[in-house]
Ligand binder design. Structure first.
Ligand code: C2E
Ligand code: CA
Ligand code: CA
Length: 726
């Protein structure tokens, strides 16, 4: 589920990155479009503006040239001196001297003519020398110029100044009738001589023009090159005789070209930025993927063994069931036998090493298709998926048992450990993962109950049993609240005097529906259902309050190892003793050696606290388990109770008699007084007494009886209380 969530988160992240990138690309595209459009129109506009400027500059230059020439012609023609001299004798000489010779190097004109009214040239000079046939030098429009010069012009401001084709190319030309500076209104201008100046449009002239008017690449040509800008050069009749041409400056293009590098750099930077975003996005994505893988792995794997963990197993089980098709899926749960003592005796580091070693062996020795998980603690699970033809049910459990049959070597320790295996099998599409787990658990529970190293396959009878247990559990729960539990007391007899020295409180449950339920059964149910604290408290309370009615004898109460795990246990005992004003030294707590194995530290602390109160601790059922002398000494028991099996054995075997004797001798050597349980015969009583047991308990003296019966039998005035047996 966590992996699904993190996958969803990843997809959202991915979508965000893609969306952001797409947005950035779209925005960039839009901007680029916008910019190129803007630059394009800016460039065009700038170019157009400059072209217009250049054309009007060129036209302005032409006009300026015309104006200048016009002014020069006017200054020279409307001049009294000139009028008088030119119309007097020697006028031609005067004209040559004043105008003709200056054509050699005068910047404003290179040709000067004086044409008489009848169109005969009086003086004609070109480039400092006489020009033989001026009418041949100019083209036909020359006549029109002369005619225009002769035309009456009352304000004298319409001089013909224009362009003309000459033998040398194109020239600018201006003409005016030579007349007095003050206009004579009666005079006919047609009778005047005409002064003509012209200037050839040489390359030098063009260069000057280009420089002065800032027109780069100015040239003159007859034809028009469409790629170039141009201005028409017209003659007096408005006919195109040539063109000024020059290339467009295209300043917009130039500045665009200049800007373009900046724009390109900006675009490159943007692209790089986008690339960086993409790269970081991808890196983030890869990082996120890697993180996802790691966190997925962590979420589904056991940190110690790197096997699947419970969540991982469930995932695997579900997909195995989904894809099973015609095959069966079996689930095996393995619980190590005797792992806890290893952990307790050698510490968790050794325990962890052992778990790892078991995991390694499982991985190496189980079939390759098996999915192996550690469910926690010393519990493992294996999923195997086999076709019904190949058969499977016994393969994996056998393999597991075999795997564990060789002892493990951890450091310098050799550890033998077994395993119980519960197996559940799902036919094609039959069970879901939860049910499969439940069945395997039940089978495992049964396997554990049967002893060490046993494998059990689930069968429906286990279910019936389980549901019976569940029912029983429910009834016990109710019974505890309805006061169905009570306490029987069995006398503890002094071996020498045969007088009652105490009683053992034994829990009894009479269920309305089931009748008497054996304590071995309901105590186990209470332990499993978490009812043992409540039950133990009730029994202790009853035992103490009944015991308070009896003078001085000891009261022994059985305590489940689980009760010692309850941190409030000692406090509760103390509370009960105080509220009943019961002498703590009269109370003995009986514990089985299971407590030494399952939770030794907690047990030790509880014992110390109880002993501080004055309560005694007895080790129950000694002789059937593993508690060694070390443990006996370490826990400082006040008494040992020898298991009934050792007493029973007295009847059959001398050897067992020897075991009993040795056991009691051992306890006595540790200054532990010993009680013999299950004494049913006088022989047993004698043997036990002779072996060194100072207290005896058993049907020979009394069965467990009610408090009332204890009072009646032992503590009411009676001439012979011990003569009766239960
Ligand atoms: P236990 O502590 O060893 O108790 C002694 C058991 O031996 C009692 O069985 C008693 O009835 C039985 N017994 C006594 N004398 C003889 C005899 O001469 N012959 C035979 N065959 N049996 C004899 P009971 O009452 O069925 O109790 C069984 C076990 O249930 C107890 O064994 C004890 O471990 C547990 N138990 C009983 N009451 C409590 C309790 O209040 N709390 C806890 N935690 N466990 C209890
Ligand atoms: Ca007992
Ligand atoms: Ca016992």
């Amino acid at each position: 589920m966590t992996s699904a969530r993190s996958r969803r988160r990843l997809h959202i992240r991915l979508a965000a990155i893609i969306l952001t990138s797409a947005l950035i690309v779209a925005t960039l595209g839009f901007l680029a479009n916008l910019m190129s459009g803007a630059f394009g129109s800016m460039t065009d506009a700038a170019n157009q503006i400059d072209d217009t400027r250049a054309i009007s500059a060129t036209n302005g230059a032409l006009q300026a040239m015309q104006k200048q020439l016009g002014a020069t012609v006017r200054d020279n023609a409307y001049w009294d001196d000139a009028f008088n001299k030119i119309n007097a004798i020697g006028g031609a000489d005067w004209a040559v001297e004043n105008w003709g010779t200056t054509t050699a190097d005068y910047p404003l004109y290179d040709t000067a003519l004086v044409i008489e009214a009848d169109s005969k040239p009086l003086v004609a000079y070109h480039a400092g020398t006489s020009l033989a046939a001026p009418f041949d030098f100019y083209d036909g429009s020359f006549k029109d110029i002369l005619a225009a010069a002769h035309r009456p012009d009352p304000n004298r401001n319409h001089l013909p100044v224009t362009f003309i084709r000459t033998k040398e190319g194109v020239a600018i030309i201006g003409a005016a009738a030579i007349q007095p500076s003050a206009m004579d209104p009666k005079a006919d201008p047609a009778t005047y001589k005409v002064l003509v100046f012209s200037k050839q449009m040489t390359t030098a002239v063009l260069a000057d023009l280009a420089r002065n008017f800032n027109i780069k690449g100015l040239a003159m040509s007859e034809a028009v090159d469409e790629a170039l800008l141009h201005a028409e050069i017209k003659d007096i009749n408005g006919k195109d005789i040539a063109h000024f041409t020059w290339p467009s400056e295209r300043p917009g293009t130039k500045s665009y070209d200049r800007v373009r590098s900046t724009v390109i750099s900006a675009a490159v930077i943007l692209l790089a930025l986008l690339g960086a975003i993409a790269v970081t996005g991808l890196a983030a994505l890869r990082g996120a993927r890697y993180e996802e893988r790691v966190s997925n792995h962590r979420a589904t794997h056991d940190a110690l063994t790197d096997l699947w963990n419970r969540a991982g197993l469930l995932d695997q089980l579900e997909s195995a069931l989904e894809t099973a098709g015609a095959t069966t899926v079996s689930l095996h749960i393995l619980d190590l036998d005797g792992f806890k003592p290893v952990n307790d005796a050698w510490g968790h580091a050794v325990g962890d090493e052992l778990i790892k070693a078991v995991a390694d062996r499982l991985v190496r020795q189980l079939p390759a298709h098996a999915v192996i998980a550690r469910l926690g603690g010393d519990e493992f699970a294996v999923i195997s998926n086999r076709s019904p033809l190949t058969g499977f049910s016994s393969v994996v459990p056998d393999c597991i048992q075999q795997t564990l049959s060789t002892p493990f070597v951890i450091g310098d320790r050799t550890i033998e450990i077994g395993g119980s295996v519960g197996t559940s099998i799902s036919g094609p599409g039959a069970l879901d993962s939860g049910e499969l787990l439940r069945q395997a658990d039940l089978a495992l529970y049964r396997a554990k109950g049967l002893g060490r190293g046993i494998s059990v396959n689930f069968d429906p009878s286990l279910d019936e049993e389980a549901s019976k247990t569940a029912e029983l559990e429910q009834e016990l729960r109710q019974g505890l609240t309805r006061g169905e539990l009570h306490v029987a007391f069995q006398p503890l007899i002094d071996a020498a005097s045969r007088e009652v020295s105490g009683v053992e409180a034994l829990a009894r449950w009479t269920s309305p529906s089931r009748g008497n339920v054996p304590p071995d059964v309901f105590i186990t149910v209470a332990e499993k259902a978490g009812l043992i604290d409540q039950l133990g408290f009730q029994i202790l309370e009853t035992a103490v309050s009944e015991g308070a009615n009896w003078p001085d004898i000891g009261i022994a109460v059985n305590i489940s190892p689980l009760q010692l795990k309850n941190p409030y246990f000692v406090g509760q005992v103390e509370g009960i003793l105080r509220s009943r004003e019961f002498d703590p030294t009269r109370l003995t707590i009986e514990v089985t050696e299971g407590v030494l194995i399952s939770n030794p530290e907690q047990a030790k602390r509880a014992f110390e606290a109880l002993r501080k109160l004055g309560v005694k601790i007895a080790l129950d059922d000694f002789g059937c388990g593993y508690a060694g002398i070390g443990a006996l000494r370490e826990f400082g028991f006040d008494r040992m109770k020898i298991d009934r099996s050792l007493v029973v054995a007295l009847d059959h075997d001398d050897k067992e008699g020897a075991v009993l004797q040795a056991t009691v001798a051992l306890a006595n050597a540790l200054h532990l007084p010993v009680t013999a349980e299950g004494i049913e015969t006088e022989e047993q009583a004698t043997a036990a007494r002779l072996s060194g047991c100072d207290k005896l308990q058993g049907y020979l003296f009394s069965r467990p009886i009610s408090a009332k019966e204890i009072t009646a039998r032992y503590f009411t005035p009676n001439p012979n209380p011990l003569s009766r047996t239960g």
